[in-house]
Design a protein around this ligand. Structure first.
Ligand code: UD1
Length: 344
C-alpha cells in the first residue's frame, strides 16, 4: 500500500475516475462526498473496474464536526485531493453566496485539518478559467491570471491564493494546483462517467444526449469567432488521462520529489480543438449524426484557449495519451450505458 488518500468529492465525474486510478496505482482511498451531484451507485462502478470498494463517508466537507469524525475514524491519511465544489458557471451567477460559501469553506476546512492530522500532500482542482481570455496560446503556467467572469471562476482564483497564503504562513503541507482544461469522456469500461443534473451546460454531455435523442438539437454557440472555422477553441482532455495526473502529483509530494511546497501545472493535451472539430470527431468515430444548429454566441465564453503542458510533461512525467476519437467513443459508450440502465 502506497498511502491513504482522502478524495473529497470522489463520487463526482473527475473524482470517481481519479479514485479508480489511485486504486490501480496501489493507494487506499477514502471518499467523502455529500452526494449533492452524484449517487451511491458510483461506488459499484468503481468496484467493478478495480475490484476494490473504496471506503465511503457520506458527509459535507463544510461540516467540521463530521470531518473531524472522519479523520478520527480513518487514521493515517497521507494526502487529500479536493474535488468537492459546485462547478456550474451559470448557476454561480445566480447563487454567488452559495458558491463562495461552499467552495471556500470546504477548502478552508481541509487546509485547517491537514496539519492537525498530519496530512502531508494536497492536490487542488483548479481550472484554466483563472487565465481568462489568453493573450496568446498555448498558455503556460506563468501567464497572468485575469479577473474571473463568474463567481465559480472567482472561487478557483481565491482558492489558489488561499492555498499559497497558508503555505507561506508556514503550514507543514505541500500542495499542487492542477489547472484543468476541458475534461471530457468516460472510463473505457463505461462503468463510470459524467452524470449531469438536468439540462447539461457543457458541450460533450449535451452532444451525447442529443445523439441519443434526449435533446432535439445541439446549439453551437457562435460560428463567427476569429478562429479558422468560426467556433471557439478548447483543449479537451480525456478524464482518465486527467485522473492519472492526480496520481503522479500525489506521488511527487508524498515521495518528496519536489523542492517547492507549492507547484502549479496545466493539465491539457496541448492541442486546440474547435467545437466544430469536436462535433466532427464524434460523428466520424461513432458514425452517429448529431442534429445541430448555429446560434448566437454564449455571453462570457472565452474565444480560444489551449494548454502548454510542457511543465507537466517534464516535471510530473505525465502526458495526455488518449486520442480525441477514443475519447468521443468513450463518451458515447457511457451515454449508451445510461440508456441501457434506464437512467437517460
Ligand atoms: C466552463 C468553464 C470552466 C469549467 C467548465 C466545466 C469558463 C470560462 N469555463 O468551460 O472553467 O471548468 O465549464 O464546468 O468559465 N458549447 C456549445 N454548445 C453547448 C455547450 C457548449 O456550443 O451546448 C460551446 C461553448 O460555447 C464553448 C465550448 O462549447 O465554446 C465548451 O463549452 P463548455 O463545455 O461549457 O466548457 P467551457 O465553457 O469551456
Amino acid at each position: 500500500m502506497k498511502g491513504k488518500i482522502l478524495v473529497a468529492g470522489g463520487m463526482g465525474f473527475i473524482g470517481s475516475h481519479t479514485t479508480v486510478e489511485l486504486q490501480n496505482a496501489g493507494f487506499e482511498v477514502v471518499i467523502v462526498d455529500n452526494l449533492s451531484n452524484s449517487n451511491i451507485e458510483v461506488l459499484d462502478g468503481i468496484e467493478r473496474i478495480t475490484g476494490i470498494r473504496p471506503a465511503f463517508v457520506e458527509a459535507d466537507c463544510t461540516d467540521m464536526v463530521a470531518m473531524r469524525r472522519l479523520f478520527d475514524e480513518h487514521k493515517g491519511i497521507n494526502g487529500i485531493i479536493d474535488f468537492a465544489a459546485s462547478k456550474a458557471v451559470g448557476e454561480s451567477m445566480q447563487k454567488p453566496i452559495m458558491y463562495y460559501r461552499n467552495n471556500l469553506n470546504i477548502l478552508l476546512n481541509l487546509l485547517e485539518l491537514m496539519p492537525e492530522y498530519g496530512v502531508k500532500g494536497f492536490v487542488f482542482s483548479s481550472s484554466c478559467t483563472v487565465y481568462g481570455e489568453p493573450d496568446h496560446n498555448p498558455i503556460t503556467e506563468d501567464a497572468p491570471t485575469k479577473k474571473a467572469t463568474s463567481p465559480y471562476g472567482a472561487t478557483k482564483q481565491v482558492s489558489e491564493d488561499i492555498i499559497a497564503d497558508v503555505i507561506r504562513s508556514g503550514s507543514p503541507i505541500k500542495a499542487i494546483l492542477l489547472r484543468y482544461f476541458n475534461p471530457i469522456g468516460a472510463h473505457p469500461s463505461a462503468e463510470i462517467g459524467e452524470l449531469p443534473n438536468g439540462v447539461p451546460a457543457n458541450l460533450v454531455p449535451y452532444l451525447t444526449q442529443t445523439a441519443i435523442g434526449v435533446r432535439k438539437e445541439l446549439s453551437i454557440f457562435g460560428n463567427d469567432y476569429d478562429t479558422p472555422d468560426g467556433t471557439c477553441i478548447r483543449d479537451f482532455i480525456n478524464v482518465v488521462d486527467l485522473a492519472k495526473a492526480h496520481v503522479v502529483a500525489l506521488e511527487r509530494m508524498l515521495d518528496n520529489k519536489s523542492e517547492e511546497a507549492l507547484e502549479v501545472f496545466n493539465i491539457g493535451t496541448g492541442d486546440g480543438v474547435s467545437v466544430q472539430q469536436l462535433l466532427d470527431a464524434f460523428e466520424r468515430s461513432t458514425g452517429v449524426k448529431v442534429p445541430h444548429k448555429y446560434v448566437a454566441r454564449r455571453p462570457g465564453d472565452i474565444v480560444k484557449i489551449w494548454a502548454d503542458p510542457k511543465k507537466a510533461n517534464e516535471v510530473l512525467g505525465w502526458k495526455a495519451e488518449a486520442t480525441l476519437d477514443d475519447t468521443m467513443l468513450s463518451a458515447w459508450k457511457w451515454q449508451q450505458r445510461l440508456r441501457e440502465r434506464g437512467i437517460m
